[in-house]
Design a protein around this ligand. Sequence first.
Ligand SMILES: [Zn+2]
Length: 295
Amino acid sequence: MGLADSGMTPIKRLALIASLSAVLSVTVVPSAARADGIQLSTTVVRQGEAVEVTVSTAEVGRDAVVRFAGKVWPLFSIGSGRLRTYVGTDPFTTAGARRITVESPNGAVLFARTLTVRKVSFPTRRLRFDPDKIALLDPKLLAIERQKVGAALRSLSLDQYWEYPFIVPVKGRRTSPYGVISVYQGKPRGWHRGTDFAAPVGTPVYATNHGIVRLAESLPVSGNAVFIDHGLGIVTSYLHMSALHVRTGQQVRKGTLIGAVGSTGLATGPHLHWALRTNGSLVDPLPWAEDPPGR
Ligand SMILES: [Zn+2]
């Protein structure tokens, strides 16, 4: 589900696309701003994918930010005089050739490139909930949940704990993928911004990468939920679980047991909703992961 909760394609796979389109993207930048100070892992993404943005402090200073799609994206120090961020797109990101800039704190554009966002035709899924479950869509409950999650994620790690690849959090059949348009009781409720895995109640759920648990508690709509801060603006979440095996503030490693599959909160049956945020933007988590051997 993941109503209240709402890709990185591996860099290697994208290097070719990036190099092929580099010349084109420079020529369509609609201002005189230089493009060569922004390194992008790709210049073409599908809605739901993310792009890695790298700049050097020698060229932009330490306090620069990235602006894309009407939003400011913080840059994090990754050492060796470099700053990095992961800019996410989602079904709300308008498709087309979009300008991405690096700006000084006073808003001066230091560098500009073009990032092309491809529109995705997301499929529709129709769900019917029992009356006791649909009562969870009470705006008051949603507001409580949003406030709790917002508070938990207000202060995140500036250091990078995660490393490629993320792992898939559970052994289970992939049911609703990222982006499907959810229709509840006949009414469209927006895009699904996570991936669902169907599995029996009690199936172990694992941390998909190293990080710090920022929230591990029962939420009205998301049920028993865990949110992990992986650093550099990346947060993963695991919803609707039957049990929680970690606590807020705990450090976890990739593969740490964090909970068990359930159907708590707004769910039609036992499944895990897995989501990945980059700087608050919910992107498709699957491109960040690959199945680890032996699972
Ligand atoms: Zn879901």
